[in-house]
Each structure stands twice: as structure tokens, then as C-alpha cells.
Design a protein around this ligand. Structure first.
Ligand SMILES: C[S@@+](CC[C@H](N)C(=O)[O-])C[C@H]1O[C@@H](n2cnc3c(N)ncnc32)[C@H](O)[C@@H]1O
Length: 481
């Protein structure tokens, strides 16, 4: 059945095939089209595409559809480089087939729209988005997972011939399904080669992969961390704690080190938990220092298997430079670096200020932050461990409280800040707040809370760290009136 946009009444129903032209990109990156003002979200739809789509969900005010066939291609279409890209493919970079300039336009508009709609702001500026210099092989970290149920081999699904092992990326929304990846375009060609070697080794080992439902098996993940500036490379093999299988990892490590001398460190994380996360309860360093060093400007940062580091190194430097530019330091400032991770932002800006005080919940990250200070002979930074919603209150009640900040740099996780943290910040009343965010919705929500008091939102800078995905980083500047 063919439904032309705006002509026919909104008679879409679940299970229906429709012909529809994608009008634009919705929040989250899917396409949308309207039929007599009734919103239809089209998975992986590109603006301008005419598609045959299947309605798989229908609600009172919107429907969701997936594309069965593209009838007419989008004017913004570009050929994707990744062999795993496709409508049913890996969900890692859904916009590889969308011209990068269009991606950037969407991201900038998304940041502006969130701050206006969720934050209710009108009088502020959004600087033109800064795109990523590299749009392929830009990541410095990738986590691949083992699985026992390949996604792409529909033919053999549920049959007895189903392969027993797959190594790749999770299919979006499916914790138990892995898509075989042989040539990911995000990290490096070398990591693809190593991944293939590990796959072959694991297959011939005769040892089973971790089974997500039965919670048995051994092979769980392969994680790469590749420092783009220093060239150092970590391979992290994550397995279950199945004791009889553990020695085989040493054998694999030896073979990897012989075949790939570019590997500077090799670690083995043992995850004894049921949850399929690529971090271990125990870490064994099999070769090298167990860390890699990455360079950002004149600073060197030590990155261990499980610590946070911005995944696009080159863009991280641009992001941190923007923080310094927005903060406009004069040299006398005490700066709080909230959600400081391994201290990267605080250390990077330390030459421009009097003192940096960082706060972070992960103990290993705090340890790394202190080590990073030593590594760079930085003496004006200190770091405190704990949950920010408690730390700031404890500090305000302490007899010898830390000096109040002149400037606050905030870089929370996607969920944004806890309301208690926002309230404490308001009490601290720094002159300037520079908020770094990877989620424009929670950024807008938190900015709104801060600006119900004496703060004013001045400007926002979107920066793209994640080409081919709908994600966007943003830096916002708030001044105390
Ligand atoms: C987006 S990362 C920022 C890291 C760092 N600023 C950087 O650029 O590398 C967010 C950090 O917040 C930390 N975090 C999450 N929840 C927290 C909390 N409740 N209190 C303190 N830190 C928290 C995470 O461990 C993580 O290191």
C-alpha cells in the first residue's frame, strides 16, 4: 500500500507497509516523516529518501517503522566504508551513509534545539560546530564481545549448523546477539588484524565463549586502547574465571606478542560477574606496563584498561582548549574539576590557574589522576575520591573546607548532574561555570536549574567527537551575574 505524505489521512497501523519520504532527522538519529501531522519515525532513514517501510509500532501520536527498501536515495547519501554497515547491520555508526556536512548540521541543530526546548533559553549563542578532522579510524578504544549466536547468519539461525563462536559488536538493543566484525572502521586496520587473530585462536582453542543466558563459558571480550599520538597499543583479553581455561590466555598472549610487535602492553581481565561488562574483578598484566601513555599537547596521560579517557584523542584536545578559552583564566583562579576522571581536563588547564581541585567517584581514576600529575610534574592539582553529591556537602560542612572555586569545570556522565550537586554548586557561587557535556538533553536540564539563580548562559560550543553517530559533545559557558 502506498501512502503519500500529507495527502492521505493518518491511517497507518501496525503491520502495514507504507511508501514514505523521509523529511528530516529526529532526536536520536532516526529519520522522521509526517502523514497529516502524524509522526512516523523511520529507523536509519535519511532526509529526502523515498522508502518502503514497515510499521512495527503504532501509538496514539506516533508510529515507528523500519525500511524494507529504498526506492529513491537521499541527495545527502554517501557510500559507507564499512563492510558491516547496513539496515540490519552493526549499530555502531548509523550515519556512515550520510554526508558528514549534513551530520554536523544535524548535531549543531540538535544542541541548539535541546537548549531552547528543554532549557527554555532564548538569549544565548551557539557557535558553529567543530567537526572531526578524521571521520574514520578516529577512536582510541573499542570493545568487542564474544558470542555464540551470530546475528548476520539468518540462514543457519536455530539450525544445528550454527557456528559456535562469533566476535564482534552487540546488535543494537540485543544484549545476547553479536554481529561478527572483521573490518571495523573506527579504531585502526591493525586492530582488525589482531581481532581476526584472536578469533582464530579462540575458535581453535576448543573452549566455549561466554553464554549470556546460561552464564557459562570462557571467552568474553577483546578490548583495544590505542594512543593516537604516542602510538602505544594495549590489548585487553577479558574472560570468565573458569580456572581450567585460564592458562590458555598466556599462550594467546605469547602468540600475539610475536605476531604483533606493535602491542606495547597486554592485560588479562577476569570478570567473574554475570553481567557482560568488559571490566574485570582481577587484572593480570601479561606484558608491558599494563598501561599506555597518550599525549595531549605538552602533557602525557597514563591510561589503564578500565579508566575513562575521551575516545577521540584529537577532538579531546580541541575540547579542552575550548574549556580554557571559555574560562578565560587570568592565573589567580582556584578551579574545581567536577567528575574529573583521570584528571585530564584539570591537568591540561593547570598552567593557566593557581590551583585545581578534582572530584571523582572511581578510585582507580583518582589514583591515575595523581600519577598523571607526577608524570607531568604538575604540582597545583589535587584530587578527591567519592560521590559528588556527598563530597560537596561534606566539604561545605568541614571545619577546614577547601577554598571556594572561582571557576567550575563540570564534565558529568550522560545522565548529567544529581540535583544535590546542582544545589551545592549554586551555594559555592563560582564566577564562571564551564559545563562539558556528551548529552545535550541533560545539559539543557542542568543549565535550566543553574540559571534559575544568578547564572546566565552565555554561549555553547558543539564539538563532534563521534562522526557517523548522532552523539555530540558541547561546552557551555555560564557567568555569575
Ligand atoms: C564524562 S567522564 C569525564 C572524565 C574527565 N573529565 C575526562 O575528560 O576524561 C565522567 C566522569 O564522572 C565520573 N562520575 C560518575 N558519577 C559520578 C559521581 N556521582 N560522583 C563523582 N564522579 C562521578 C565517572 O567515573 C567519569 O570519570
Amino acid at each position: 500500500m502506498s501512502i503519500q505524505n500529507k495527502k492521505s489521512p493518518p491511517v497507518v497501523s501496525k503491520g502495514q507497509d507504507i511508501e514514505i519520504r523521509v523529511e528530516g532527522l529526529a532526536f536520536g538519529g532516526n529519520g522522521f516523516a509526517k502523514i497529516n501531522n502524524f509522526m512516523v519515525f523511520i529507523e536509519r532513514g535519511l532526509p529526502g529518501q523515498l522508502v518502503q517501510a514497515y510499521i512495527y509500532k503504532k501509538k496514539s501520536n506516533y508510529a515507528e517503522a523500519y525500511i524494507k527498501a529504498v526506492i529513491e536515495e537521499s541527495p545527502f547519501y554517501v557510500p559507507p566504508q564499512c563492510p558491516h554497515f547496513g539496515l540490519q547491520g552493526c549499530g555502531g555508526c548509523i550515519w556512515q551513509n550520510l554526508n558528514y556536512t549534513e551530520q554536523l548540521k544535524y548535531k549543531e541543530a540538535q544542541v541548539r534545539e535541546c537548549i531552547q526546548r528543554i532549557g527554555g533559553f532564548r538569549d544565548f549563542s551557539v557557535e558553529p560546530i567543530i567537526g572531526s578532522e578524521s571521520i574514520y579510524f578516529y577512536r582510541n578504544k573499542m570493545e568487542f564481545s564474544f558470542g555464540d549466536r551470530p546475528w548476520h547468519l539468518e540462514k543457519v539461525e536455530n539450525s544445528e549448523n550454527q557456528p559456535e563462536m562469533v566476535l564482534g559488536l552487540h546488535v543494537p538493543g540485543r544484549f545476547d546477539r553479536i554481529m561478527e566484525i572483521t573490518s571495523c572502521q573506527l579504531l585502526s586496520p591493525l586492530s582488525n588484524e589482531i581481532l581476526g587473530f584472536v578469533r582464530q585462536f579462540a575458535e581453535s582453542s576448543g573452549i566455549k565463549v561466554w553464554h549470556n543466558r546460561e552464564h557459562t563459558g570462557f571467552w568474553r571480550h577483546v578490548v583495544f586502547r590505542e594512543a593516537k599520538n604516542s602510538g602505544q597499543l594495549m590489548v585487553n583479553l577479558v574472560t570468565s574465571g573458569e580456572s581450567e581455561s585460564l592458562p590458555v590466555v598466556k599462550n594467546l598472549a605469547q602468540q600475539l606478542l610475536t605476531k604483533f610487535p606493535q602491542i606495547t602492553t597486554l592485560v588479562h581481565n577476569i570478570n567473574r560477574k554475570i553481567s557482560q561488562v568488559a571490566t574485570g574483578d582481577e587484572e593480570i598484566v601479561l606484558a608491558g606496563p599494563g598501561k599506555i601513555i597518550e599525549e595531549l599537547g605538552k602533557f602525557r596521560f597514563s591510561i589503564s584498561a578500565n579508566s575513562f579517557f575521551q575516545t577521540n584523542t584529537r577532538q579531546a584536545r580541541i575540547l579542552y582548549d575550548k574549556v580554557i578559552e571559555f574560562a578565560d583564566f587570568q592565573g589567580h583562579e582556584t578551579v574545581y574539576d567536577l567528575y574529573c576522571g583521570t584528571g585530564t581536563i584539570g591537568i591540561y588547564l593547570s598552567p593557566f590557574v593557581k590551583r585545581v581541585i578534582g572530584f571523582e567517584i572511581v578510585p582507580d581514576a583518582i589514583r591515575d589522576a595523581r600519577l598523571n600529575c607526577e608524570l607531568n610534574q604538575v604540582q597545583n592539582c589535587e584530587f578527591f575520591e567519592g560521590d559528588l553529591k556527598d563530597l560537596l556537602i561534606q566539604n561545605s560542612q568541614a571545619k577546614t573546607a577547601l577554598p571556594a572555586p572561582d571557576t567550575l569545570v563540570i564534565d558529568p556522565p550522560r545522565a548529567g548532574m544529581h540535583e544535590k550537586v546542582v544545589n551545592e554548586i549554586i551555594k559555592l557561587a563560582p564566577q564562571k561555570i564551564v559545563y562539558v557535556s556528551c548529552n545535550p538533553s541533560t545539559l539543557a536540564r542542568d543549565l535550566k536549574l543553574l540559571c534559575t539563580t544568578d547564572y546566565r548562559l552565555i554561549k555553547v560550543q558543539p564539538i563532534d567527537l563521534f562522526p557517523h553517530t548522532p552523539h555530540c559533545e558541547a561546552v557551555a559557558l555560564l557567568n555569575h551575574q
